[in-house]
Design a protein. Structure first.
Length: 579
């Protein structure tokens, strides 16, 4: 049985193919179009999934959408009608798109894919729940989903047992942790549904001095983790923005202008909303434990990507194990919808966890060498062992290395297949990469990748963390050793790596440790600010010549900036933008 999952029209459009219960392909549309967080119908991602799975569209058993558009439309329409006349501008902008496109998904599928089989729709939070539980290694577990908003639901608690999922408690719009956090993201001058992680990264630089004010005026938090937002402080119910003048009056200042200098007020507001969000998440988790009495928790929804909160939740020991779907935002909804449909239609037993490491496009040495030869780029071809040895040596010499090999990652994190690597021992490396490679704000932290068997020597963890989904504390006696990946609060969002998950990265780490005594590298995504992670060798080469990356390995082809004149490839340069 082949089932295609689709998510689109809001943000992070994606497609996923499930064949006989196995997730065989998944990709985000942004990687094909170059438009970060692309929300459009994922034609390219669908085409890739079908090609990778070797399935023709007319051989699919079903196509499943991660949301129920008519239910969502009902909520949006009711919201606009209830707030007339303030909602007029938003109504005039949104409704034509709904009537022209969003309500016609079956027609779009028939037209683009020539598919005339069953098209199914799964509720948004059920897609999130299925995506995390059915991709987890657990045979039964508690489930908690938290995001901005689906149709009406903004959070849900449920229970998974073998091939069954049941959601038992739901919180509805407009009361939403995700929308609360996004409102502060907007107020701090960052892009909503894109840069919430910047607020999280900024928070440790401030003090939560506004937390009490937020709880008193903006959000009421109940013992069961549910919340009630004060509508007087928000404009998202009827407008094109998230906050208005009353929000500004409460904090005694205007909204920060994007790209302006950050102030102590910005840092303290970030720290305050992070503090409040963590309090809510903990109470939701406690309620989930109370209702299910399970020792294992599956998390999903955009809020589940707040690794500062999830790291603290894991450390608190409320649950023995926590699994977070690596693509917890809307992109992962495509996975959840397809998996839910599989188990609902077949009734088959839950399969073992399938890693998220081999889902995206791959390119052969022939693909890469042919491209580099065509554009006249000088490179050296290296065997596997020589490549790992060479890259480790370059990293030990403080060179910044781009690494492009194997299948592209699915989800927001670069896991060593489309990564930029650097020496974590260099205290100036963070500033150097932010300024000359990523072209992004100086407060942004970098994540480490560490040999799985050595993780406890550097971080306060005794378990694998392969998807960069939890913050852990850097051991105090190691902070001077790895300053480039130690955030201002002493934490790091770590990725552990073993030989099965990523053989090349594992060997680079081993050889780097042999040469330096350190089993850790700085790992950030292979992209420039405002652009999605590189998908193709062309993307990788353009990122290389447009930035301060010193060495670029595209599969087994190694390029050295000292042997290439970037000016000769000016037509391939990428401009950096805002994200």
């Amino acid at each position: 049985m082949h089932i295609l999952g689709i998510s689109c029209f809001y943000h992070d459009a994606a497609s996923a193919l499930v064949s006989d219960g196995i997730l065989t392909a998944a990709a985000q549309e942004e990687r094909f179009t170059g438009k970060k967080h692309d929300a459009d119908f994922p034609s390219n991602a669908i085409r890739f999934c079908l090609e990778k799975g070797r399935v023709a569209a007319d051989n699919l058993d079903a196509i499943v959408f991660y949301d129920k558009p008519f239910t969502k439309f009902d909520r949006i329409l009711n919201g606009y009608l209830a707030t007339v006349p303030r909602s007029y501008q938003a109504f005039r902008k949104a409704i034509p798109v709904w009537l022209r496109e969003k309500l016609w998904l079956p027609h779009r599928i028939h037209k683009d894919l020539h598919f005339h089989g069953d098209i199914l729709f799964v509720e948004h939070h059920l897609s999130h729940a299925a995506g995390t539980y059915f991709s987890s290694p657990f045979k039964q577990a508690a489930i908690l989903t938290v995001d901005g908003v689906g149709e009406w639901a903004t959070a849900s608690i449920g229970h998974g047992r073998d091939n069954q999922i049941r959601l038992t408690q739901v919180m509805n719009y407009p009361h939403s942790v995700g929308l609360l956090y996004s409102a502060f993201t907007y107020f701090l001058g960052f892009q909503v549904n894109s840069a919430e992680y910047k607020v999280m990264g900024l928070a440790p630089y401030g003090q939560p001095q506004y937390a009490e004010l937020i709880e008193r005026e903006i959000v009421r938090i109940f013992d069961d983790g549910s919340i009630h937002l004060n509508p007087e402080y928000f404009t998202f119910q009827y407008g094109l923005t998230m906050t208005g003048t009353k929000f500004e009056a409460l904090f005694g200042r205007p909204r920060r202008h994007p790209e302006s200098e950050l102030t102590d007020s910005d840092r303290d507001i970030a720290a305050s909303i992070q503090n409040v969000a963590e309090k809510i998440i903990f109470r939701m988790a406690e309620q989930t434990k109370k209702l299910t009495n399970e020792n294992k928790l599956c998390l999903s929804g955009g809020v589940a990507l707040n690794c500062s909160a999830t790291g603290k939740l894991l450390k608190a020991g409320l649950f023995d194990e926590i699994y977070i779907q690596p693509a917890s935002s809307d992109s992962g909804g495509a996975v959840g919808a397809a998996l839910y449909a599989h188990y609902s239609l077949t009734g088959s037993a839950k399969k073992n966890n399938q890693p998220y490491f081999s889902l995206g496009p791959t390119y052969t040495w022939d693909n890469v060498s042919s491209y580099l030869n065509d554009i006249g780029a000088s490179y050296e071809n290296m065997a596997f062992d020589d490549l790992a040895e060479y890259l480790a040596a370059q990293l030990a010499q403080r060179k910044i290395v781009g690494l492009f090999h194997g299948p592209m990652e699915f989800g927001p994190r670069a896991l060593g297949f489309r990564s930029i690597l650097a020496d974590p021992r260099d205290i100036d490396m963070k500033t150097r990469i932010n300024k000359a490679v990523k072209f992004r704000e100086p407060f942004r932290p970098f994540a480490p990748v560490v040999l799985e068997e050595k993780a406890s020597e550097y971080f306060d963890t005794d378990r694998p963390s392969p998807y960069m989904l939890f913050n852990f504390t850097v051991q105090e006696n190691r902070r001077d050793t790895v300053p480039a990946i130690t955030h201002v609060d002493g934490t790091s969002r770590i990725q552990t790596v073993n030989q099965t998950d990523n053989r090349l990265l594992y060997h680079i780490l081993q050889k780097f440790e042999y040469q330096t005594g350190v089993a850790v590298l700085l790992n950030t995504s292979l992209n420039l600010r405002g652009h999605p992670i590189a998908r193709t060798p062309q993307d990788a080469f353009a990122t290389f010549i447009s930035s301060g990356i010193d060495i670029m390995a595209i599969e087994n082809c190694v390029l050295d900036k000292n042997k290439i004149d970037p000016a000769s490839f000016a037509h391939l340069h990428i401009a950096t933008g805002r994200d």
